[in-house]
Design a protein around this ligand. Structure first.
Ligand code: CAA
Length: 258
């Protein structure tokens, strides 16, 4: 389908989604979020795609939810629509990994969307923040929850209460991003990383994602039991036989994703 607010491209086994509302610094309008949901669903259903990359522009990954779209909404409007949550959580339901490649601003909903991805690669120009407090509201799509889990209470509280932005260095130190790359190399590096993941055994990739995410939802003992059962189940795949045989035979594995 034709999209107006995003661009979608397939780079081999990598599904690339680029947020594309440059005049509004990729503000996350409801149309943009609906298009994002469709693009994610299409890549989820595409057997050739093993990993996705979500990115924005040099200046902004996304400067937040669209303030102009929501400014006149009433409490009854946002409550009845369950505004911001409906549609936004699609990202968290993807089973294939999604890498956020962030350059420039990732603010408010932009930071929240990046945190819904599986990990964040940051350009050295990236800036993260939850500035909702400065416009008389609070984060509405996980900012107070996911940021706190990533960077701890003190930093999350300060950022949400003051709207202060974190640069890429601080974000890496705090554990919000997996690593920093020069801005000019961000997309290539994200795609290279996604290609590497897509080349692994697909069942193992999906199980790894599920298991790491389980760490946020359960006790340590239950999480470890869950991981152990998934680990056992990989022994039912052809790819586990291939991967271990390839190691023993000193050759590269040829995974069939089953
Ligand atoms: N919504 C709608 N439009 C936005 C926007 C947003 N979140 N962010 C930027 N824009 C628009 C601006 O209005 C401007 O449009 P015009 O040219 O038509 O005036 C255009 O994008 C360029 O922005 P600026 O001129 O402001 O650019 P700048 O370089 O001077 O500043 C910025 C950049 C610091 C990111 C600034 O744009 C800004 O503070 N944006 C808002 C950030 C924000 O508060 N985000 C939180 C939104 S609420 C939210 O996300 C709720 C939630 O939890 C889900």
């Amino acid at each position: 389908m034709a999209y107006e607010c995003i661009e979608v491209d397939k780079r081999g086994p990598v599904g690339l989604i680029t947020l594309n509302r440059p005049k509004a610094l990729n503000a996350l309008s409801s149309q943009l979020m609906a298009e994002l949901g469709e693009a994610l669903a299409a890549f989820e259903a595409d057997d050739e795609v093993g990993c996705m990359v979500l990115t924005g522009s040099e200046k902004a990954f996304a400067a937040g939810a669209d303030i102009k779209e929501m400014q006149s909404k009433s409490f009854a409007d946002v409550f009845s629509e369950d505004f911001i949550t409906s549609g936004w959580e699609d990202l968290t339901r993807c089973r294939k990994p999604v890498i956020a490649a962030v350059a420039g601003y990732a603010l408010g909903g932009g930071c929240e969307v990046a945190m819904m991805c599986d990990f964040i690669l940051a350009a050295d120009t990236a800036k993260f923040g939850q500035p909702e407090i400065t416009i008389g509201t609070i984060p509405g799509s996980g900012g107070t929850q996911r940021l706190t889990r990533f960077v701890g209470k003190s930093k999350a509280m300060e950022m949400c209460l003051t709207g202060r932005m974190m640069d890429a260095e601080e974000a890496e130190r705090a554990g919000l991003v997996s690593r920093i790359v020069p801005a000019a190399e961000l997309l290539d590096e994200a795609i290279k990383t996604a290609e590497r993941i897509a080349g692994m055994s697909r069942p193992s990739v999906l199980m790894t994602k599920e298991s790491v995410n389980r760490a946020y939802e359960t006790t340590l003992a239950e999480g470890i039991k869950y991981e152990r059962r998934l680990f056992h189940s990989t022994f039912a795949t052809e790819d586990q036989k291939e991967g271990m045989s390839a190691f023993a035979e000193k050759r590269q594995p040829n995974f069939k994703h089953r």
